[in-house]
Design a protein around this ligand. Structure first.
Ligand SMILES: NC(=O)c1ccc[n+]([C@@H]2O[C@H](COP(=O)([O-])OP(=O)(O)OC[C@H]3O[C@@H](n4cnc5c(N)ncnc54)[C@H](O)[C@@H]3O)[C@@H](O)[C@H]2O)c1
Ligand SMILES: [Fe+2]
Length: 381
């Protein structure tokens, strides 16, 4: 038995760190950059923070921005065509999980063209070659896609999101600059931050968790509970704390997996286009309640990291409830809705089936029956 850790080769952190991009492009000797981003980021002047730097330094680039939240197979295939058309030799991904995930899929397919259908990359992708060299610049503080070996694509035809897991997709360089996240509106800051909390909690209780990932996840939980409210209030210290916290959570979960919360969240997004972070967050207290009997002492440490006092004098039942209550309180404080009114009784069976087929489900600390998953989804109605 061995435990594996895959991380970026280089990551830069802190306000102003986007300036490092020029040195990295020069070090790589890249001739033409494919900037992978989304239309709103172009519209709101977030992408231009990077393209202005490239222009100023006479680095040729082409912008590809046909990416929607919960990106589709079509978004990836259009990206592959655009990459080929401009003869690029490196990718700079600027955006949230949607832009970074699309960039990963494009970079993988360019160097492994036998997977151009995209669907065949689902699960543990058997690619032979590393993706095109990629520099990832997150503009949300949640997914940590800049440091994970995963990407998630929506199959519109089959109404499913599928997860691809592949160490060949990890961006060589990640630039985590909280200033790139400062333009996020409150709701997006809250949702993406709760996505990061879900990564940290699911990663901490997942089957494959071990000492090194426990260290990352507990630190991430602590930083998120200390900083998410301030980030939602757009305070620079809060932004800085969340930028780091979500990255640390990514260092962990990417290497050990997640659980039923993400499996169910992917299903909600595939059927109703629910934003990923909102889906994760509304399910978090429900999935924690479902899993609690299979987590030993772990909820005591989650409660402690969330800032709950006197956890050492609590009974098992008390600290488990306290951990769930602390998560609920944070979720309420940052304005996450508790219900998803799009779910219908008629959909419950297919939602449960899809969740149980998701690549994140096997990481859950216990098994769930279809009926139990239906009951969990029903709590959102
Ligand atoms: N690869 C992974 O390991 C991983 C992990 C978790 C989630 N995901 C995936 O990532 C996707 C979600 O990504 P996300 O939550 O980061 O959101 P996103 O990338 O879907 O972006 C959501 C919206 O926010 C806008 N936005 C992003 N940054 C902004 C900023 N700084 N200012 C203003 N607007 C901004 C975007 O333009 C977009 O309209 C989902 O598809 C999810 O499945 C991937
Ligand atoms: Fe997530």
């Amino acid at each position: 038995m061995s435990n594996r850790i895959v991380l970026n080769t280089i990551s830069y952190h802190g306000s102003g760190s986007i300036n490092e991009i020029i040195g990295e492009v020069e070090r790589g000797g890249y001739k033409h950059i494919f900037v992978c981003t989304d239309p709103d980021l172009v519209k709101f002047g977030v992408t231009s923070k990077i393209t202005d730097l490239l222009s100023k330094n006479n680095i040729p680039f082409t912008v590809y921005d046909k990416i929607k939240p919960n990106p589709t197979i079509q978004n990836v295939q259009d990206g592959v065509a655009a990459f080929k058309a401009c003869n690029a030799d490196a990718i700079v991904a600027v955006g949230g999980g949607s832009s970074m995930d699309t960039a990963k899929a494009v970079g993988i397919i360019i160097n492994n063209p036998e997977f151009e259908d995209v669907r065949s990359l689902e699960g543990l992708s058997p690619t032979k070659n590393h993706a095109v060299p990629t520099i990832a610049v997150p503009t949300t503080a949640g997914t940590a896609a800049e440091v994970t070996i995963n990407y998630v694509i929506t199959d519109v035809e089959k109404q499913r999101k599928f997860v691809c897991v592949d160490p060949n997709d990890i961006p060589a360089v990640a630039i985590i600059d909280p200033d790139m996240m400062a333009s996020m509106p409150k709701g997006l800051t809250a949702a993406t931050g709760m996505d990061a909390l879900t990564h940290a909690i699911e990663g901490y209780i997942t089957k494959a968790a071990w000492e090194l990932t426990d260290m990352f996840h507990l630190e991430a939980i602590k930083l998120i509970s200390q900083n998410l409210r301030d980030a939602v209030a757009n305070k620079p210290e809060g932004r800085k704390g969340m930028a780091l916290a979500q990255y640390i959570a990514g260092m962990g979960f990417s290497n050990v997996g997640l659980g039923i919360d993400h499996a169910m969240a992917h299903t909600l997004s595939a059927h109703y286009d629910t934003p990923h972070g909102v889906a994760c967050a509304m399910l978090l207290p429900i999935s924690m309640e479902f899993n609690k009997k299979h987590t030993g002492e772990r909820y005591r440490e989650i409660a402690r990291a969330m800032g709950v006092a006197n956890v050492d004098s609590m009974s098992q039942a008390e600290y488990r409830d306290a951990a769930i209550a602390a998560v609920k309180k944070l979720s309420e404080d940052v304005g996450i809705p508790a219900k998803n009114e799009k779910i219908t009784e008629a959909d419950l069976k297919i939602l449960a089936k899809d969740a149980l087929a998701d690549a994140c489900y096997p990481g859950n600390p216990c098994e769930a029956t279809e009926q139990q998953v239906i009951d969990m989804f029903r709590q959102l109605m």
